[in-house]
Each structure stands twice: as C-alpha cells, then as structure tokens.
Design a protein. Sequence first.
Lengths: 360, 277
Amino acid sequence: MTELTGKTDLWERLGFDQEFGFSEIHKILILLALLALLAITVGVAITFGAYNISVFDVYGIVMAHVSPFGDLSGITRLHNTIVWELRIPRVLLAVLVGTALATAGAVFQGCFRNPLVEPFILGVSSGAAFGAALGIVFVDLFLSIQFSAFLFGSLAVAMAYFLAHVRNETPIVTLILSGVVIGSIFEAMVSILKYTASDAALREIVFWLMGGFYYATWNDVYLLVPIIAPSFLIMWALGWKLNILSMGDEEARALGVNPEKYKLVLIVLATLITSLAVSTVGIIAWVGLMMPHATRMILGPDHRYVIPAAAMLGGSYLLVCDTLARTLTSAEIPVGIITSILGAPYLFYLLRTRGSAILG
Amino acid sequence: MTPMLAVRDLHFNYGRTPILGGVSFEVEEGELCGLFGPNGCGKTTLFKCCLNFLKFHKGTVTMDGKDIKDLGVESMAKIVAYVPQEHKPPFPYLTREVVLMGRTPRLKGIFKISKADKEKASDALDLLGLTEIADRPYNQLSGGQRQMVLMARAIAQETPLMFLDEPTSALDFSNQIRIWRIMQMVAKRGVTILACSHDPNHVSWFCDKVVVMKDNCILKEGSPHNVITEAVLNDIYRDVCAVRNIGEARMVLPRDVALKNDAWPEKQLGTERTLVD
C-alpha cells in the first residue's frame, strides 16, 4: 500500500496528477507503450532480411559495435557488412523519416486548423522533387541534392502560403488550392527536366521520385539526426501553443500566443524536416496524414501528446512498411506503394466509422 | 481615477471605406458596459481594434493605464480576455481542455501544467455549471454550450478586463439571463466588462453603462436609463421600437405591439404604463 501511495506522490510531483479531472497518467503510459512498440519494431526489423542471418549473429554484431568490449572476431565480414552497414542504417533511417513525416503532419494540421492537411499538400514534395531533379541534372550548380531539394521544398510551401495569404488571413480552401497550384507548377518543371535530361540523369530522377530506402547509409543517419531531433523537440515543446493556434488566429492572440510568430517557427521546422526526409528518401505518402489521425483516436487532440505519439507511431509504421518492402518478395517493392496500400483503406475506415469524432 | 478602458478618437478604414470615424468612450473599473448598435455600425471592428487584432490608423486605446500599442501579445493577454462568438474548432478538444487554454498567458514551463492552473480551470467550469459536460468534446456541444465554455475560459484567464462579442446570441432564454447574471457577478468582483449585444432590453436591464454606436461613431453613452430611450432607438432603428415602463422595469417593444397594447383599457392590463420620451 505504501508503495502505491509513494508512486502516486511521484506522479503528482511530476505534475501528472488526476486532480480536477485532467488525467494525464494514462496518456504518459500510452506514450511509454508507443516507445516500447518502436523499440520492439526496431529490434525485430534488424533480424529480417533477404540474406538469412541468425538472430544471435545479428545481436552479436550489434553488441560488438555498441559495447566497448565488443568483439568482431567471431563474425564474418559479410554478415557484419549486411547488418551494420546495410540493415541498421536503413532501419534507423526509416524510423527517422517516419518520425519526421508524422511530426510534420501533426504540426501542419494544427497550424492550418485542418485535419486533412498533410505535409505534401502544400507542395513540399513537388518542390523537393524539382530541387532534387535540378541537383541531379546540374550537378555542378548544386553542391548537394539534399540541399537543393530542401531549398525548393521550402520555397514551394512559402509560395503556397503567401499565395493564399490575403488581408492577414489564410483561408484553408485557398491554401489547399494554392498548394495544388504550386505543386503542379513544380511537377511541370520536373517534367521539363526529365524531358531534357540525359539517360543516366533521367534514370536517377525516376528512382528518386519513387522513394525508398535502397541507398540508406550511415551518412544519411548522421545528417538527419542532428536536424530532425532538435526540430522535433522544439515542436514538441510548442505543443500546447499549437493547441491554442488550432483555435484560430484571433483567439490565439487573445490567449497570448502570437500566431504569426509561432506559426512561422512551426511551419519552418515542419517544412525543414519534411524537405529533409523527402530529399533523402523520395516521396512517401500517407504517413504524415494518417499517423496524427491515429494518434488523436488513441490520445485525444492535445498536441503535447499528439506530437510525440505521432512521431513514434510514424517511425514504427514506416519501419514495418519498409521491412515488408524489402522482405515480401525477392525483388524490392517501393515502400510508398506499401504505405499507400495499407494507409488509404485505413483512412477510409476512419472516415466512415469515426468521421464526426475526428473531423468535428 | 483613471478608467480601466479608455478609447480616444479611434479611426479605422478598410481600404478607403471608413469603419470607425473618431470613436471615444471610457469604461470604469468594475463596470459592466454594453456596446449596442445596429448591424454594420462598426462594433466588431471596434472590438478588434481594442484587442490589437487590427492596427488602427489614428487614436489611442489604453487599458489599465497602458497604451495597447506598447503591449506585446503576451502582456495583452494578461490584461484582457476575449470571448468570441461561438465556432467549431477542427479538433475535438475536451471542454475542460478548452477552459484550461484560458490559463495559457500564465503558464510557466514547457510541458507541465500546474495543479493551481487546473484548479482555476475547474473552478471556472463549476462557476458556469459546466462540470457535467467537462469531459465531452467541445466541438460536439450545442452552440449555446460552446458559448458558455468560452465564457468559462475567459473567467479562467483571470484578467481585469473582459471583452465579449455577443455572448448571448446562441443561447436560450434562461441561459441568456444566466450569462448576464454571471457577467454582473464577475463585474462585482472588480472585472471590467465590455459586451456587445443586439438586445436593447438586455443592455438596459443588466448593464451599468451603455455605449450606443451608429454609422461608425458613438451616438450616445451613459447609464441605460438615459441611453436606451425611444429617441435613441428610433434614431438607430428607424421607428421600429417603442419603450414602455412596467413598474421599475423598462421594456423595449416593437412599435406595433406597443400600440396594440396601449389601446387596451387600463384596468385590464393591470399594470402602470408610462410613456417614456
């Protein structure tokens, strides 16, 4: 009994008390459960692969690299390369990209006060595709494909936003329309580049557009972590402010949250990580739209919880999809196909069964 | 004593169309002030200018002795709370979460919301009798309930000044009276309230002061007794209204109803009638 009360005290001191009906313990527990789910998914995913390596060997290799007393002597070079140089960066990259897209989706939906906005609807993907294609075709002009993809992805969102911004307001319908307009302009420009590109460049562009984790390396992980992790933390920290922002600009102002300032920060960060994710692995649909929805069904709409939960769920989901993509058949299936095949019916189901609870 | 809210010579144009042409009025601390006027007279714009949602071109607004042009969004939210007309947010926040949002300007820390803040939100819910619907999604409530929730949120915000945009527009009769009683009670605690309303009876029964707007300007301001008169109402509504006194209470009636009533013999009516000029 004393132990139990002691625990309650601890929760209360942490501020997660049940008092006044604001129960937060179960939400925290769900967050922890999602973290466990993500960890288990990662743990299982690294044991799957086209090349059959025993579970013990896989974890032997991981331990050898992670622990200071690691010993690679008993492991073949081939196994080591497959697990440590191919599988693990790929698994981590899938988690990172899933996290980034889901977080960005939650933030975009909150900022634009529309649960059907996804990171790509404002043209990030088309912009990034154009940037990447430019980087591929004009190698000398653009130092890095990622950088130019990011640049044009952000540019597309900025253009869509300012196109829709009339008299200090950004009506949702106008915003979505301008996203479609900007997106189609960039798509047309991608087509021009494809049309004029050399065969080798064309091949590269097509591969890039299909999206996938085929070329995942540790370098990608090293590039993404230092940007996605702090961006995620900042957006999470702004979770409560995002709740306020989702009530509308005037109310946000009346409640002491400057909508221009905080929306700018949030949209810039969400665009940053979306562009980065897209520029690294190409266009992967549905994660950014679906994960925030699924999260709201589990945890309610409070963005302090939606953001981390969507991130973890997004990481797990994309990892499951990518693991299926690389193991279902002997040839690899582009991961975007799997996320869509699993995702689209799920959203349809949500709309038919719980549409009113989610969409109000 | 400096007034809690002082608006001086406020001008605002949308493009070239003037919306406010030199509006000036004052509200003392603890006063419940009604803002009354026909549709399109500039009430909403006046609200938005006072709340810093719109940048006005000329004039000053001071709240609690401070010029609002010098106040940032956060410090503004500690002085004035705003109750908008009810609307549906896109996400199904629980009613208690919406009320808790009122604590935002006073929240400290990043993730944690203190027990004291939750208690304040809970008290505000109690005050408006909303405890039973506290765990229902806000966007599934009826319009009237949502309006009460927004009122609770403003109370939880604990500001010395409160602006309400037609707080009773979506409410049934008993809830309308209830909201006015709550506003009176809040005003008694020392909070200054500016509420715009389209019901001349409400402002004349419940307000300490009434400001009447017409054609982008203040037509008249003062006590309800001096302001809600047939002359003023006829000026803004073009001969639609008549004002009668039933004992102590003043009643604004549609003119034809009032005339029909006047034609009745005195004793059948059983009440004293006096024509008010």
